[in-house]
Design a protein. Structure first.
Lengths: 322, 256, 563
C-alpha cells in the first residue's frame, strides 16, 4: 500500500483532523505514508507532518493555492498521485477537503468512500467502516481499482505524534487547468461573535422539560458558554414556548452531530434521538433513572440537574481558564 | 440563461437497506430530496420573471419522475430523467459520469446542486461533476447572485464566511440555509404534467452500460452490520460529586 | 360526573362555508371534484374514467381536468388505515373484467379463521358467529390498496392532488360549487412564513365528498344542508400495529373480552383483530367504542396490554413492530345514516356518512360501491338531458337499492344493543344476525359518545410499562406512523382548553398520539389542557368525545404505508 494524506492548515497550524488521519495511516503500518500540504506556509509545516507519521511530505506554495479553494488542490493532488504512484489517498472531512476529494475522484475516475469513521486492512484489502441511515446501520465498504480515495468523518482519529524523524520534503509546482483557477476569493469575514450556530457547533447543551421552567434555560446557556458551544432545545419545551423553534433539535427540528452533546432534563424520545444520535459524545443528566436517553448516552448521570449543572459550569470555567 | 438543477428522488419513510443487494431499498415511496428543493428554489428565484430556463435533471428509476414533477410544480420549465436498469447501483464515480453526460447536453450556464442527499448522508457529487464538465465549482452557498457572466457566492466555512466570484458557466452547490423552498401552488401542480419531461436511456445519452451501475462504479458495499455499541458507556448516580465526574470524563476524552 | 359534551369546542360549521372569493380567472376549474383519495373517492375517480373513456365528447367539454381528487395526506394511502378483510364484490363490480382479483395488491383470500373470548390468561375458542365469518373475503392493507387505486385512477385520466386539504365548502346560491383549499406556510400564531402559499378556490360542476371517518367538509355539509339523520353518529377507535413475524399466521383471528371490561356501567364495546399479511407479517389491532365512560381508558395502552396475553405473545414472538396507526370507525350503522346523501352540487360517500357494517367489521366495500354509484350519478348530472338535481337524487335511489342499504338495514341495531353490556348484548346481537335482522327490538336511540357521563378508575395503573420490544409508548408509536408534521403550524384542534380534571384526563388517555396533556390546575378545580398538535395522526377521536378535529396543513399527519 502506498498512501498519501491530504493535510489542511489554517492560521499557520496543521488541522488536527487531518493529522489524525495521518496518524491512522501510519498506524496501519502497510507501506509508505506521505502527506501533501498546499498553500502559503506549507513548507514550514512539513517537519511537523513528519512527526505524525509522514515519511515524505509534498509541499506546494504556488500562488494558485494561496486561497483556500478546492480545485487547484485537485491539480496538485493529481500531480502528486501520479508522481508518487500512490494507490490510496486519505482525507479528513472539511468543507474544503470534501470538494478536493470528490474533485479528485472525478479527475482520476477513482472510487471515493466518504463519511467513514474507520478503516482497516483485511486480507490485504482496505475496508472502510461507514455509518448509514442516521447511524442506525454500519456498512463495510471497499474499492475496486486504484487509487482508492477515502474521506473520514471529522474527528474520527486522534492526532497522536508518532515520533517520526524529519521527512523527505519535495516541493512541487504542477500545471493548473483553466477551470481550476477560475474562482476567486474576494472577501472574508470571521465567525460572528454571537457563538456558533447549532449546525456548526462542536458542543451543544440542550434542555428539555426536566429543566422545570423556562427560566432554568439559563443553566443550559451558562454551561454552553463555558464550553464554547450552542444551546439546543427539545420539541416539548419549544411547544411550551420556553425556547425558540430555531433551537429545536430532533425529527422536526435540526439534526446535529457535534463532538459533545450535553442533554439536560431530556427523556430521549425517539423524535429527539434521531436529531442527535450521531453526536460524538453524549452526556445526559436526568433525575429519572429509566429515561430512554440513558440507553444511548456515553455518560449518564442520574441526579438533580439544578444541583449538578451550576457546579459543572464552574468547574469547566476553571479548567478552561487555566 | 439556462439553469440546470440536479435533483434526487430519495426513499421516504423509514429507510431500509435491502440485505440481499446491500443497497438502499428504494422500492417504497419516494420524494424530492428536501435539500434539492433549496436548489430548485434558488434557481426559481434567479429566474424570477425573466425567460431564463430552469431544467431539473435527475438520475434514477422511472419513479423519479414524481420528484421531477414536484420541481416542475414549483416552477421549473423542463425535466430530464436519465433512467436505465443498467444504472442502478451507481456509486459517486458512475453517477457523476452519467450526470455530467446529461448536463453536457443541456449546456447550462449555471448548474445547481443541493447540500446533500438525505439518503446518503453527505454526498459530495457536485465537485466530481464539475471536474468532469471542466467547470469551476463553489459549494456551501448561502447567498447567490448572478451578475452578467459571473456568479457571486457567499459561503460558510468552519472559519467564517467567504465571498467568492466565478465566471459562468459554473457549478454551485447550495446549503439549506440559502432559502425556504416554496410550496407548489395548486395551479403549479396541475400545470406540471404538461411541461416537457424527457426520459433518456444510457444509449440515448451516449454512455456505455459498462460505464454505469455496479460495473461502472469504483466502490462497493461489502457487508452490513449493527453499529458498535457506544463503547464504555457509563451511568452513575449523583452522590454530590457528579459535576467533578463529568468534568473528568470530558477531560479524558479531551473535550474540555 | 362531567360529560365532555358540556364543554363544547369553539367551532362553528358556518365558518367553513363560503362563497368563492378568488377572482374568476384565478379560480381553478375542474369537471368533477372528489375530496379524499380513499377507497370511495378513488372508486369514484376510476368509474368516472371508465365512463369518460366511453364518452369522449363529454370528457372534452369538461376541460383540462375532467376529474380531480384532493388528498390531505402526503400521498394516497398516507392517511388510510383499516384491518382489512375486504369483501371483494365491490372491487369486482368496479373493475369488471378489466382486472382480476389476483392482480390487486392483496395478501390473498382469508385462509381460515378463529374467534376467541379472552381472559387475562386464557383464550376460549368459540365458533365464529355468522356475521364474523369471512370465507370468500380477501386480506388487504388499505394503505397499499389506496396507492394501487390511485394509480388506476390516474391511468383513467384523474388528476390526484396530494398534500392538499379541503378547508371550506364553496356554496353559491344554495349550491355547492367546489371547495377552498387550505393555506400552507403559516406559523403557530397564524402569521405568514416566508414560503406562505394561500389556498385556492377549486370549482367543479359536481363535488363528491369522500373524506372518510369524521370527514371535515362532510360534517359541514350535513349541517349546512340539514341532512343529519335521526340518530347521532357514534364511533369506535381502532389502534393497530403492523409486525414482521418469525412464524407465519395461518388464519384471521378476532377476540372479544379481555382486556375490555364487561360490566354495563363501563360500556366497553369492542374487540381485537389479528390478520396475517403474507408469510412474514401480521397486523394486530384493538377496536373500542368511544361511548366508553372510564376517563382512564386508553385504547393504545389496552392494545399494548393485549399483546402480553400468552396466546398473542406467541404470535408476535421473535418479531418486530414496523408500523403503528390509529383511526376512528363510524359505528352507528343504519340509523345514523344521513336522511339524504346528496344536496345541490354535492354527493356524500363512504365512511364519511357512516357506511360501516359493525358486526361484520366491514366498510371498505361499501365505500367502493358508493364511490362507484356516485360516479354514475355525477356522470348523469354532467350529460345533457337531465337536470343536475334529478341526476344527483338518482345517487340516493341507487344507494338505497344497493347491497349497502340491504346489509346495513339487516344489522341496524347491532351497535346499540351492546350498550347493555357484553353478555346481554352478545345474546341480542346473535339473535339479530341469526334472524337476519327480523328480530325487532324497537328502535334504540344511540346517544352521542360525548354525552356519556365519565367515571374515573385507576385502570391506567395496570397498563404495561413499555419495554420497547413488545410494548411501546405513544411517542415512539407516533414516530412509527411516519408522522413528521412541522411543529411550527397553526393548531388544528378545537377544544375547550379549560375543563374539569376528569375531562382532561379522558382526552389525555383517549388520544393515541399523546396530543393532550392535563396541565396546570386552577383554584376552581378546573385544569388547562396542554396540546402538542403536531403529534396528531388525525384519527378523529376528539371529535367524537367533545372536541373537533379540523384539517391541518396539507401533507401533515401520518405517512402510513402498510396499515
Amino acid at each position: 500500500m502506498s498512501t498519501l494524506v491530504f493535510l489542511e492548515h489554517h492560521g499557520g497550524e496543521l488541522q488536527k483532523g487531518s493529522l489524525g488521519v495521518l496518524a491512522k495511516a501510519a498506524a496501519l503500518g502497510d507501506g509508505d505514508v506521505a502527506a501533501v500540504i498546499a498553500g502559503e506556509g506549507a513548507k514550514a509545516l512539513a517537519a511537523e507532518a513528519g512527526s505524525f507519521g509522514a515519511a515524505k511530505v509534498w509541499v506546494c506554495e504556488d500562488g494558485e493555492v494561496a486561497q483556500p479553494l478546492p480545485q487547484p488542490r485537485v491539480d496538485v493532488l493529481a500531480h502528486v498521485v501520479e508522481e508518487g504512484g500512490y494507490d490510496t489517498v486519505l482525507f479528513a472531512n472539511s468543507v474544503l477537503a470534501a470538494d478536493v476529494a470528490a474533485g479528485l475522484a472525478g479527475r482520476l475516475d477513482a472510487g471515493l468512500n466518504w463519511d467513514l469513521v474507520d478503516v482497516e486492512l483485511s486480507n490485504g484489502e482496505l475496508v472502510g467502516k461507514r455509518p448509514a441511515l442516521q447511524d442506525s446501520v454500519y456498512a463495510d465498504v471497499g474499492w475496486t481499482g486504484k487509487p482508492r480515495l477515502a474521506l473520514f468523518r471529522a474527528g474520527s482519529f486522534d492526532a497522536m505524534p508518532a515520533g517520526g524523524g524529519g521527512p523527505e520534503i519535495s516541493e512541487i509546482s504542477p500545471s493548473y487547468t483553466a477551470h481550476s483557477t477560475a474562482v476567486k476569493l474576494v472577501g472574508q469575514d470571521a465567525e460572528e461573535s454571537s457563538g456558533p450556530s447549532i449546525e456548526d457547533a462542536d458542543v451543544i447543551v440542550a434542555g428539555g422539560r426536566g429543566l422545570g421552567s423556562p427560566d432554568n434555560f439559563t443553566l443550559a446557556e451558562e454551561l454552553a458558554k463555558a464550553l464554547g458551544g450552542a444551546v439546543g432545545a427539545t420539541r416539548a419545551v419549544v411547544d411550551a414556548g420556553w425556547y425558540p423553534y430555531s433551537a429545536q433539535i430532533g425529527q422536526t427540528g435540526k439534526t446535529v452531530s457535534p463532538k459533545l452533546y450535553v442533554a439536560l432534563g431530556i427523556s430521549g424520545a425517539i423524535q429527539h434521538k434521531v436529531g442527535m444520535q450521531s453526536s460524538g459524545t453524549i452526556v445526559a443528566i436526568n433525575k429519572d433513572a429509566n429515561a430512554p436517553i440513558f440507553e444511548f448516552s456515553d455518560l449518564g448521570v442520574v441526579g438533580d440537574l439544578h444541583e449538578i449543572v451550576p457546579k459543572l459550569t464552574e468547574l469547566v470555567r476553571q479548567r478552561r481558564g487555566s | 440563461m439556462r439553469i440546470a438543477v440536479c435533483v434526487k428522488h430519495v426513499p421516504e419513510g423509514p429507510s431500509h437497506i435491502d440485505p440481499s443487494t446491500k443497497r438502499l431499498d428504494r422500492s417504497g415511496e419516494g420524494a424530492l430530496n428536501h435539500f434539492d428543493a433549496n436548489a430548485v428554489e434558488e434557481a426559481l428565484r434567479l429566474k424570477g420573471d425573466s425567460d431564463t430556463e430552469v431544467v431539473a435533471v435527475s438520475l434514477g428509476p422511472q419513479r423519479a419522475l414524481d420528484s421531477l414533477r414536484k420541481a416542475l410544480a414549483m416552477g421549473a420549465d423542463r425535466a430530464v430523467l436519465v433512467s436505465d436498469d443498467a444504472a442502478a447501483g451507481s456509486d459517486l464515480v458512475a453517477t457523476s459520469r452519467l450526470l455530467a453526460a446529461a448536463l453536457q447536453k443541456e449546456d447550462a450556464d449555471l448548474v445547481l446542486f443541493g447540500q446533500q442527499a438525505s439518503d446518503a448522508d453527505g454526498a459530495v457529487l457536485w465537485a466530481a461533476v464539475a471536474e468532469r464538465l471542466g467547470r469551476p465549482v463553489v459549494s456551501q452557498a448561502m447567498e447567490l447572485a448572478v451578475d452578467g457572466s459571473a456568479v457571486r457566492v457567499k459561503r460558510q466555512t468552519e472559519f467564517g464566511y467567504d465571498t467568492l466570484e466565478s465566471p459562468l458557466p459554473a457549478v454551485v452547490a447550495v446549503s439549506d440555509a440559502i432559502n425556504e423552498p416554496r410550496y407548489p401552488s395548486l395551479k403549479g401542480i396541475m400545470g406540471a404534467k404538461k411541461k416537457p419531461q424527457d426520459v433518456l436511456s444510457l444509449a440515448e445519452l451516449g454512455v456505455d452500460a459498462a460505464q454505469a451501475g455496479e460495473q461502472g462504479s469504483r466502490t462497493t458495499v461489502l457487508a452490513l452490520g449493527e453499529p458498535p455499541a457506544r463503547a464504555d458507556a457509563r451511568k452513575l448516580e449523583d452522590d454530590g460529586n457528579a459535576a467533578q465526574a463529568i468534568v473528568d470524563f470530558l477531560a479524558e476524552k479531551r473535550l474540555v | 360526573m362531567s360529560r365532555p359534551s358540556n364543554f363544547p369546542p369553539p367551532f362553528s360549521a358556518g365558518d367553513y362555508v363560503a362563497e368563492p372569493t378568488d377572482p374568476a380567472d384565478e379560480r381553478i376549474e375542474v369537471g368533477v371534484l372528489i375530496v379524499g383519495a380513499g377507497p370511495a373517492g378513488l372508486a369514484c375517480a376510476i368509474r368516472l374514467g371508465q365512463l369518460l373513456e366511453e364518452h369522449p365528447e363529454l370528457a372534452e367539454r369538461l376541460g383540462d381536468v375532467p376529474v380531480a381528487v384532493l388528498e390531505k395526506g402526503k400521498q394516497p394511502g398516507s392517511h388510510l388505515l383499516s384491518g382489512a378483510v375486504v369483501n371483494p364484490r365491490a372491487l369486482r363490480r368496479l373493475f369488471g373484467d378489466r382486472l382480476r382479483m389476483d392482480e390487486l395488491p392483496s395478501y390473498g383470500p382469508v385462509p381460515g379463521e378463529s374467534v376467541y373470548v379472552l381472559t387475562r390468561r386464557s383464550a376460549l375458542p368459540i365458533p365464529p358467529p355468522p356475521p364474523m365469518r369471512n370465507h370468500g373475503n380477501w386480506i388487504f392493507s388499505l394503505s397499499q390498496l389506496g396507492r394501487f387505486l390511485a394509480e388506476r385512477a390516474e391511468e383513467g385520466g384523474a388528476m390526484i392532488l396530494p398534500e392538499t386539504a379541503a378547508e371550506k365548502l364553496l356554496v353559491s346560491h344554495g349550491r355547492v360549487v367546489g371547495v377552498r383549499t387550505g393555506d400552507k406556510g403559516r406559523n403557530r400564531e397564524g402569521g405568514e412564513l416566508g414560503n406562505f402559499e394561500a389556498g385556492s378556490d377549486l370549482v367543479a360542476k359536481v363535488t363528491v365528498l369522500a373524506e372518510g371517518t369524521q370527514g371535515h367538509l362532510t360534517g359541514v355539509a350535513l349541517d349546512r344542508f340539514g341532512l343529519r339523520g335521526d340518530d347521532p353518529q357514534v364511533w369506535e377507535l381502532a389502534v393497530k400495529e403492523v409486525w414482521k413475524v418469525a412464524k407465519p399466521l395461518d388464519r384471521v383471528i378476532h377476540t372479544m373480552g379481555w382486556p375490555l371490561r364487561t360490566g354495563k356501567r363501563y360500556r366497553e364495546f369492542g374487540g381485537s383483530f389479528i390478520y396475517p399479511m403474507g408469510e412474514d407479517m401480521v397486523t394486530i389491532g384493538l377496536v373500542v367504542g368511544l361511548d366508553y365512560r372510564d376517563a382512564s381508558l386508553s385504547v393504545h395502552d389496552l392494545l399494548q396490554e393485549l399483546k402480553t396475553h400468552p396466546k398473542i405473545r406467541r404470535i408476535l414472538a421473535g418479531g418486530e413492530r414496523v408500523e403503528w396507526g390509529a383511526k376512528t370507525i363510524p359505528s352507528g350503522g343504519f340509523h345514523s345514516l344521513p336522511q339524504r346523501l346528496h344536496a345541490p352540487g354535492v354527493l356524500l360517500c363512504g365512511d364519511g356518512v357512516g357506511m360501516v357494517n359493525v358486526p361484520r367489521l366491514k366498510g371498505v366495500h361499501y365505500a367502493i360501491e358508493s364511490g362507484r354509484l356516485a360516479a354514475e350519478a355525477a356522470f348523469r348530472a354532467l350529460r345533457r338531458g337531465e337536470t343536475p338535481a334529478s341526476a344527483l337524487a338518482s345517487y340516493d335511489e341507487a344507494v338505497r337499492e344497493s347491497f349497502i342499504w340491504q346489509d346495513l338495514y339487516e344489522v341496524r341495531n347491532m351497535r346499540q344493543v351492546f350498550g347493555h353490556g357484553f353478555f346481554v348484548g352478545g345474546a341480542l346481537a346473535s339473535a339479530m344476525t341469526m334472524s337476519k335482522g327480523r328480530v325487532e327490538l324497537g328502535k334504540m336511540r344511540a346517544e352521542p359518545d360525548a354525552d356519556q357521563p365519565l367515571l374515573v378508575t385507576n385502570r391506567d395503573a395496570g397498563y404495561p410499562a413499555p419495554d420497547g420490544k413488545l410494548t411501546f409508548d405513544k411517542l415512539s408509536s407516533v414516530f412509527a406512523s411516519g408522522n413528521k408534521t412541522r411543529d411550527d403550524q397553526p393548531n388544528h384542534i378545537r377544544i375547550e382548553r379549560r375543563v374539569p380534571r376528569e375531562v382532561a384526563q379522558l382526552w389525555e388517555h383517549m388520544c393515541p398520539a399523546q396530543v393532550y396533556e392535563v396541565g396546570r390546575e386552577d383554584d376552581d378545580g378546573t385544569v388547562m389542557v396542554q396540546l402538542a398538535p403536531s403529534n396528531c395522526v388525525q384519527c378523529g377521536a376528539i371529535t367524537a368525545k367533545g372536541g373537533r378535529l379540523t384539517p391541518p396543513e396539507g401533507g401533515s399527519g401520518p405517512e402510513y404505508t402498510a396499515t
